[in-house]
Design a protein around this ligand. Structure first.
Ligand code: M6R
Length: 357
């Protein structure tokens, strides 16, 4: 039930801190150590390469998950859009592990890959919010998201839950392989849950950003570098899906290879600047588009902020920033859709789970 909330989407955005705390608790053992069952960790650590298969928002979580697994567990990862995989099957490594990420566990595109790779006898793991779902039943292993039912078509809490579970999988597998993680992941996830709370309390600012940048625009671009690029992809999907504004996410460096031609007077550009190692470059991209008349909305992280930034995020571990930086984008999309009188929870032409290929 959505209780006092006007929409499920807003309720589900607000639930994110609680979901992250629930995930920490569900994946902790009696000593408070993050843990995942040994058969799953063995399957991960026996693999010479992980293939993540997903669609839509879950695909975007997979892109971030690749960074987690490569950095925390030192296993190479490829991320594939499910619908493309069957006919664009890459040359596989000798011992692949297929990881399916799906909120519903029912996405037909992902299931068809699962069926295909099982025929070859490959190992499979599903990360899903729905116990007993098709992808869960048919894979060798399942990890649950514990996000509670997600009703709004636009996925929000499942995305952050997927990234949290992927980070735990990466850290626990890494530990078993002797990788020395320089931080305590459960503590960092706790900091993230607190940061999420601050962001969920910043709705007025987000509403104002939506009003200032998106009330009447035809289009909108998201730019970012490193993990910010992936969060921009998710931000653009969220915005187009519920507000029907034509939105695209780009790697900052790609702008000058074509997209900059679309910048006109007043075109909104939402730029994420949460990564210290690329901060100068993304700031440079913003200057390039501003020189062509763009209306920049910069979302940065404390410590990297500059005077005209539209919003400054609380500090969290740099690798894990997508878990917090997506929240302003979810809220901005929500308010942009409201301003435009769109049906936030049930956008046109879309279904919550896509069970046809
Ligand atoms: O249930 P799944 O995670 O497999 O669904 C995948 C996509 O259909 C889903 O993420 C879709 O892109 C959402 N509507 C995005 O908000």
């Amino acid at each position: 039930e959505k209780g006092t909330y006007p929409h499920y989407m807003l309720k589900e955005i607000d639930e994110q801190p609680v979901v992250i705390r629930k995930i920490i608790q569900q994946y902790q053992d009696d000593q408070g150590e993050l843990t995942i069952s040994a058969d799953i960790i063995d399957a991960v650590n026996e693999a010479d390469r992980i293939y993540i298969i997903a669609a839509g928002t879950s695909y975007h979580a997979g892109l971030v998950g690749k960074q987690f697994i490569e950095k925390m567990a030192h296993i190479p990862v490829e991320v594939h859009v499910a619908s493309e995989f069957s006919y664009n099957m890459p040359l596989l490594s000798e011992k692949p592990l297929f990881v399916f990420i799906s909120q519903s566990g029912e996405t037909a595109d992902s299931r068809s890959v699962l069926v295909q790779v099982k025929e070859h006898g490959y190992k499979t793991l599903t990360i899903t919010n729905v116990p007993g779902s098709t992808l869960s039943r048919e894979a060798d292993h399942t990890l649950l998201l514990f996000a509670g039912p997600e009703i709004a078509v636009a996925s929000t809490k499942a995305y952050t839950a997927q990234m949290a579970v992927l980070s735990i999988l990466a850290a626990v597998a890494g530990k078993a392989r002797g990788v020395n993680l320089e931080f305590d992941l459960s503590q960092e996830l706790g900091i993230i849950a607190n940061g999420m709370e601050v962001l969920c309390d910043s709705k007025e600012e987000m509403e104002e950003i939506a009003r200032n940048f998106l009330a009447t625009t035809r289009n909108c671009f998201f730019i970012g570098r490193a993990v910010d690029y992936y969060v921009g992809l998710e931000g653009s999907l969220k915005l187009k899906e519920i507000s029907y504004i034509q939105a695209e996410g780009f790697a900052g460096g790609e702008l000058k290879h074509g997209t900059i031609a679309l910048i006109e007077e007043g075109t909104p550009i939402i730029a994420l600047a949460t990564q210290e190692h690329v901060n100068l470059s993304i700031r440079g991209n913003v200057k390039e588009v501003v020189a062509r008349g763009a209306n920049p909305c910069i979302i940065s992280m404390k410590g990297l902020e500059e005077e005209d930034d539209a919003f400054v995020l609380p500090v969290v571990n740099e690798l894990l920033t997508p878990l917090v930086s997506v929240i302003p984008l979810q809220l901005i999309s929500y308010y942009a859709a409201l301003h435009r009188d769109c049906d936030v929870d049930k956008p046109r032409n879309l279904a919550k789970s896509v069970t046809v290929e």
